[in-house]
Design a protein around this ligand. Structure first.
Ligand code: MG
Length: 170
């Protein structure tokens, strides 16, 4: 662990399923179908977890929280994110910042972005200013553009806590 900073990237996608609650970034979004999943289907948190594990080269969300394990059935993804952050901390890493892009035709995410940033700030233990959440459409192209689901991409930076960088006074 000789580098003070490392970058990661995560991606996830889920299709909509009627009768489920939509949860994005740990925030319930009312008035729209949720996402099909073994867990609560929080596609945004799944992409963030992969970006964090990716930065630390610790595998992916499936290797830490296998969806074949009943322990994670219907799991609150916020708890998985907290566990992922704890795993990084245990290995000497702190989260620096994340940059998230969610792609879907509906629902419109902009009205929910601030609530999501605040929630992610508390789950990640970093300032709201270090969390970027952007919503886009796919301009009606392909299955996402046809409204079948949501894709999320996430870039992350993690900081070696022993590197004394002074970032966020960690
Ligand atoms: Mg997922």
């Amino acid at each position: 662990m000789d580098m003070p900073f490392r970058v990661g990237f995560g991606y996830d996608s889920h299709v909509f399923e009627a009768g489920r609650k939509l949860v994005l970034g740990g925030v319930e979004i009312p008035g729209h179908d949720g996402l099909k999943a073994h867990s609560d289907g929080d596609v945004m948190i799944h992409a963030i977890i992969d970006a964090l594990f990716g930065a630390a080269a610790l595998g992916d969300i499936g290797s830490h929280f296998p969806d074949t394990d009943d322990k994670w059935k219907g799991a609150d993804s916020a708890k998985l994110l907290a566990a992922a952050v704890a795993e990084l901390h245990a290995r000497g890493w702190a989260v620096g910042n994340i940059d998230v892009t969610a792609i879907c035709e509906r629902p419109r995410l902009r009205p929910h972005v601030e609530a999501i940033r605040v929630r992610l700030s508390s789950l990640l233990g970093i300032p709201v200013e270090a969390i970027s959440v952007k919503g886009k459409t796919n301009e009606k192209m392909d299955d996402v553009g046809a409204g079948k689901g949501i894709e999320v991409h996430c870039a992350s930076l993690i900081v070696n806590r022993s590197a004394q960088t002074g970032v966020y006074n960690m």
